[in-house]
Design a protein around this ligand. Structure first.
Ligand SMILES: Nc1ncnc2c1ncn2[C@@H]1O[C@H](COP(=O)(O)OP(=O)(O)O)[C@@H](O)[C@H]1O
Ligand SMILES: [Mg+2]
Length: 304
């Protein structure tokens, strides 16, 4: 990260957003990758933290780290400096803190650890000044790793798969978020619910109605359609932005990114110069955004 340090005076937003749902297969990693790609290509400096031992966000961006290399596991368990582990991606403003299978053991190793819920927060605090957005892709569980993510975030985005059982277990997730807010992190808020894998059926429409009823105004207007291109992209190590920017799934994630950018809660802002910082407006005015260009990796503190 060192060579690529953005100017600290540039008033970076420092928004930390966890993508959480204890169910697997609801679209967390797909949302984390594609949201991060669109934010970064809109000029926002973005860090994607892969907090799932399955490493879908890491490999989905075409990054394969050797098992001897450092990862988020070493940040949480061995207290390594995240700045030395973060690696650049194919997108100019997107970095990643990669995962590895070792992370599967971290839940148990953390149990007896000192300040065990605050490990990720400490790590994020040390790099937060370099990013507008830090997106955390959580694992499908409500254990210590997810508690670390919730303790380190100000915002939670919950992907719900558009199906009959979408709301199953959601009460427990909301209770967990409220407990973290009460005991560990008073700033935590649910920013929004994103409905994923929508296909036009009566059942899906009924699910959306139920989700809206449960979460009232917290549901994003953008609904992510079921789109096979979104499922194919990770196997090419690409976000949808480079794999197929014209497909419906790409348009949906672009719109979701815009909603999240515009939904910014001003009380959390480091500057209050309007909802979109001048730095970003200038980037857009330069005609470069959204930046689809793939750049060559500029730096890496470890060979991957
Ligand atoms: N909108 C979508 N349309 C089609 N397939 C999708 C969509 N979103 C996710 N998928 C696929 O569904 C599976 C689960 O998605 P994933 O993002 O990995 O979920 P999670 O991270 O919650 O486990 C993956 O194979 C992914 O490619
Ligand atoms: Mg995942």
């Amino acid at each position: 990260m060192a060579e690529n340090k953005p100017d600290k005076t540039a008033s970076l937003l420092g928004r930390v957003i966890s993508i959480v749902n204890q169910k697997g297969g609801v679209g967390k990693s797909t949302t984390a990758i594609n949201l991060s790609a669109y934010l970064s290509c809109s000029g926002y400096r973005t860090l994607l933290i892969d907090l799932d031992p399955q490493g879908n966000s890491t490999t989905g961006l075409g990054i394969y780290i050797n098992k001897n290399h450092n990862s988020i596991y070493d940040v949480l368990i061995n207290n390594l400096d995240p700045g030395k582990i973060i690696i650049s991606t194919q997108y100019e403003y997107l970095d990643i803190l990669p995962s590895s299978t070792k992370l599967a053991g971290a839940e148990i190793e953390l149990v007896s650890g000192f300040k065990r819920e605050y490990r990720l927060k400490k790590a994020i605090d040390s790099v937060a000044d370099f990013y507008d957005y830090i997106i955390i892709d959580c694992l499908p569980a409500l254990g210590l790793l997810t508690l670390n993510a919730l303790t380190a975030s100000k915002e939670v985005v919950i992907p719900l798969q558009c199906e009959y059982y979408a709301l199953e277990g959601i009460g427990r997730l909301v209770d967990t978020i409220n407990l973290v807010k009460k005991n560990l992190n008073p700033e935590l808020e649910i920013s929004g619910i994103v409905v994923t894998m929508y296909s036009k059926t009566r059942l899906a429409n009924q699910s959306i109605k139920n989700i809206n009823k449960y979460f009232n105004k917290k549901v994003y207007k953008t609904v992510i359609p079921r789109n096979v291109r979104l499922a194919e992209a990770p196997s090419y190590g690409k976000s949808i932005l480079t794999y197929d920017p014209g497909c419906p799934g790409a348009a949906a994630y672009h719109n979701l990114a815009k909603e999240i950018i515009n939904n910014h809660n001003h009380k959390n802002r480091k500057d209050d110069s309007g909802s979109i910082p001048l730095r970003i407006k200038n980037f857009w005015d330069s005609g470069e955004a959204p930046r689809h260009a793939v750049k060559k990796r500029k730096y890496s503190h470890q060979s991957v």
